[in-house]
Design a protein around this ligand. Structure first.
Ligand SMILES: [Ca+2]
Length: 153
């Protein structure tokens, strides 16, 4: 069950459309809003893609539904940077990421259900079994530019 939930959260990565701000307002100029850059490191190979999802509540994080933004980015160097410049409202957010090494759109799992592709969360939150809580993975996004780093493993 716990493993299933982890899988479900990670499966949400890259599965929903990116919510862009109104076109008439440059996204980085919405008053009081924040932008986010997520550095992802720790890839054991440069194959495939990294799938990412940004959540703004414990409910959406726990249910891996309604992410604020998602992305799938190729791994062209040791570091992948996801720039989420979308007029984010300051507050608590959490990011889930996994290395889709074979680019099949899924987090590969062993027969027992445990992920065989590397993954990580904001704050590098991790538990031995199952996903971290939103509280453990959440960070405060402030107005202006924000940057976090996630190490997948
Ligand atoms: Ca995969």
């Amino acid at each position: 069950m716990v493993v299933f939930v982890l899988w479900a959260i990670l499966a949400g990565c890259g599965s929903a459309a990116y919510r862009s701000p109104p076109e008439s307002v440059p996204s980085d100029r919405l008053e009081g809003s924040g932008s986010l850059a997520v550095r992802v490191v720790g890839f054991d190979t440069r194959t495939g893609e990294v799938a990412l999802a940004l959540y703004d509540s414990a409910e959406s994080f726990g249910a891996r539904r309604d992410p604020v933004a998602t992305a799938r980015l190729p791994i062209e160097s040791d570091t992948v940077i996801w720039r989420v410049v979308s007029g984010l409202v300051p507050g608590q957010y959490a990011v889930a990421a996994y290395h889709d090494a074979d680019a099949d759109g899924e987090l590969d799992r062993a027969v027992a259900g445990w992920p065989t592709e590397s993954y990580g969360f904001s704050n590098n939150a991790r538990r031995i079994a199952g996903p971290p809580s939103f509280k453990a993975a959440a960070f405060s996004l402030e107005a202006g530019e924000n940057q976090i780093e996630i190490r997948v493993r």
